[in-house]
Design a binder for this molecule. Structure first.
Ligand code: XMP
Length: 326
């Protein structure tokens, strides 16, 4: 039997009770597979790797070593949340690597989107590899592979996945959620006690804010992007849009326009809001955002974020626009 095929008889996990029995079953399987050996996991803070981490912490505790690489392109507060949840609350074995300078130095002056993605993906593997080689006695590599990844492994996602690790790593794989769909992973995550913000997190590209700070990334524009994005998320949460919109974020192009602030000329970047609904990310529609909310977001971003003097709303569906701007 091919264990990468979801059996017809497998029940869709939709309730806490079903999640609980899945968790118990996986704990036993993981313990049988791993025994007293050590397992390494690249923990991005995304839904899939977080659920795998929580499951493994339950099954094997400190035999799991999580490595969280902060590439400096995370959303505001995300790396902090990984540390808070896994190190402080779950008492997991977590290695935190702040590689911000490495990534931003390599990306300086690089404006071509695919080149940026390659640099980020390549450096991620390098940093992770360096951390792995400092550790002794690791026998397994855990991964947050989910069923759509298996189904689409020849398709678009393969080159998308920055978390993709080197082929030559000599580890046996532990992939406890590989037969689950995304909604099931979320139900399991909730049953494992992960915070709702983490379990319901939007899809976030591996290269992170790197593909939303358009063109050559600079630290000041990246900072403005992160702050504006945090305001957008806050206002979407306050107005109930966060539950209705599949993916929403800010992108900032590498261009300035003239503005006026405190009676003085104020040149700044525009912050572009993107808010889309989709089921499969292949096509997407635009969410109707109440004008009131748009005005509030505009007022807050232009008042609170240094360097931004305009806010725009992108009305373009996919196709013709892709969801991300690069
Ligand atoms: P596009 O921009 O192609 O995006 O319409 C479709 C979905 O894929 C996400 N995306 C990425 N995910 N690495 C990722 O892991 C990437 O390089 C990447 N580019 C786009 C995007 O956020 C959307 O959900």
């Amino acid at each position: 039997m091919n264990d990468n095929v979801r059996p017809e008889s497998m029940v869709r996990i939709t309730t806490p009770a079903l999640a609980e029995s899945f968790i118990q079953e996986q704990i036993q399987k993981i313990q049988e597979q791993v025994k007293d050996k050590k397992v390494l996991l690249a923990l991005s803070g995304g839904v899939d790797s977080s659920v795998v981490a929580a499951l493994l912490v339950k099954a094997i505790g400190k035999q799991l070593v999580c490595v969280h690489v902060n590439h400096g392109l995370m959303r505001k507060g995300e790396s902090e949340q990984v540390i808070e949840v896994f190190q402080n609350q779950m008492n997991a074995n977590l290695i935190y690597v702040d590689a911000t300078d490495r990534f931003l130095d390599l990306l300086a002056g690089v404006s071509e989107p695919e080149k940026k993605r390659k640099i980020i993906g390549g450096e991620f593997i390098k940093v992770f590899d360096e951390e792995a080689s400092k550790l002794e006695g690791i026998s397994f590599l855990a991964q947050g592979t989910i069923y759509p990844d298996i189904l689409e492994s020849d398709g678009v996602k393969a080159h998308h996945n920055v978390g993709g690790l080197p082929e030559d790593m000599q580890f046996e794989l532990v992939e406890p959620v590989k037969l689950l769909y995304k909604d099931e992973v979320r139900v399991v995550g909730k049953a494992l006690g992960l915070p709702a913000e983490m379990v319901d997190r939007q899809p976030f590209p591996g290269p992170g804010l790197g593909v939303r700070c358009l063109g050559a990334i600079t630290r000041d524009r990246l900072h403005a992007l992160r702050e504006a994005d945090a305001i957008l998320r806050e206002e979407f949460a306050n107005s109930g849009l966060a539950q209705k919109v599949w993916q929403y974020f800010i992108a900032i192009p590498d261009m300035k326009s003239v503005g006026v602030k405190n009676d003085k000329r104020y040149e700044g970047w525009p912050a572009i809001i993107r808010a889309v609904n989709t089921t499969d990310a292949m096509s997407a529609t635009i969410e109707e955002i109440p004008y009131e909310v748009l005005h509030k977001i505009t007022a807050r971003i232009t008042a609170e974020v240094e360097g931004i003097n305009r806010v725009l709303y992108d009305l373009t569906p996919k196709p013709i626009g892709t969801i991300e701007w690069e």
